[in-house]
Design a protein around this ligand. Structure first.
Ligand code: GLV
Length: 350
């Protein structure tokens, strides 16, 4: 009897010509409309699938996979994967993957764009012009801060943080960073970046950019206390995840002259943005577009398709998805043996 083809679902409109590669091996369901799914919607969808290609909009954990005995792989189109409970997926024998590297430079570009726009008050200046307020050229209007010659703080000197540090060198900036532990001295020297404590990063930066992954432990890392340690002339840019920043405390600091400006691409409750932030002039707001260049978004979808096919046992990387993020949890589940009624057949090789 011929083996049935795996059923996979693509949760959002992506690029059809790339997604179509899945059809060589799988029965594929796609959607033409950007859709918000509830937990119940997702649980219903996943129940009959072997694989899913999802974006950061879809939160998938124990509840969503509870009725999905055949599900073997969830491929996230994004480098951050805090929308996936990777431990719960791994424990159920489901591979979880992400799309690192292909978006590094594009996201660093956006980080730098926000640094510049925030320091030089670009959107505020444009709004001023569009509102017809530019009646006479004023020497002292819309004064901002310099990037060149200033000190850039990078919280999270990973791939994207390092790409921002390389850009900062071109601007003659001094670069400070904080990670859980310092990087190799050779890497530091190449980037011209100096390791400092979290508090010294806050107090020493003229411009601070957040590039750390969001985890529950990093929730509100930038709270009222952290903001109080920053220079009142400083700017803060967040291109990682909204949950890193206490937005109420941030809006308060911005409204009361305790921080000069902020550039935000990510929000705690996105796509909802707090009215307190929307009301402020000294914030540059973009709708989570860090990786949004055509070439990079296409590369991310290609990598997610490659990951999904490999996790389902197809293609050159069959059984070895290039960007597996829950290897340990899968190993532990494999060591524990298959669960009763398990209909999964592919083992991830390591
Ligand atoms: C976007 O935020 C991503 O994680 O790729």
């Amino acid at each position: 009897m011929a083996e049935s083809r795996p059923r996979v679902w693509v949760s959002q409109p992506l690029f059809d010509d790339i997604v179509d590669q899945l059809r060589a091996h799988c029965d594929v369901e796609t959607t033409q409309a950007v859709t918000r799914y509830t937990s119940t919607d997702l649980a219903e969808k996943l129940a009959s699938l072997e694989g899913a290609l999802v974006t950061l909009n879809e939160r998938i954990g124990a509840a969503e996979i509870a009725r999905a005995p055949r599900l073997r792989a969830v491929a996230n189109v994004g480098v951050g994967y805090n929308n996936l409970d990777t431990a719960a997926l791994g424990a159920a024998g489901i591979a979880a993957t992400n799309t690192p590297d292909v978006l590094t430079e594009t996201t660093a570009d956006l980080g730098f764009a926000l640094l510049m726009a925030t320091a030089r008050r670009i959107t505020e200046a444009e709004a001023f012009l569009r509102a017809g307020q530019w009646n006479t050229w004023s020497f002292t209007n819309l004064l901002g801060a310099d990037l060149h010659g200033s000190t850039l703080g990078i919280l999270g000197l990973g791939r994207i943080g390092q790409a921002i540090a390389r850009r900062a060198r071109g601007f003659g900036m001094r670069v400070l960073y904080h990670n859980r532990s310092p990087l190799d001295a050779k890497v530091e020297a190449e980037l011209g970046a100096s390791y400092v404590s979290f508090d010294d990063l806050l107090s020493g930066s003229d411009h601070l950019v957040l590039v750390v992954p969001y985890t529950p432990a990093a929730h509100h890392l930038i709270d009222a206390g952290a903001l109080a340690k920053m220079k009142p002339t400083a700017t803060l840019v967040n291109i990682a995840r909204g949950g890193l920043v206490d937005e109420v405390a941030l809006a308060d600091a911005l409204a009361n002259g305790r921080l000069a400006g902020a550039g935000l691409d990510v929000f705690e409750g996105e796509p909802t943005v707090r009215p307190e932030l929307l009301a402020l002039k000294n914030v540059v707001l973009t709708p989570h577009i860090g990786s949004a260049s055509l070439a990079t978004r296409r590369a991310m979808v290609q990598l997610a398709v490659d990951n999904l096919l490999a996790a389902l046992g197809f293609g050159p990387d069959a059984g070895r998805p290039p960007c597996l993020v829950n290897a340990d949890a899968l190993d532990a589940a494999n060591a524990g043996g298959a669960t009763a009624g398990d209909t999964k057949t592919t083992t991830i090789k390591r």
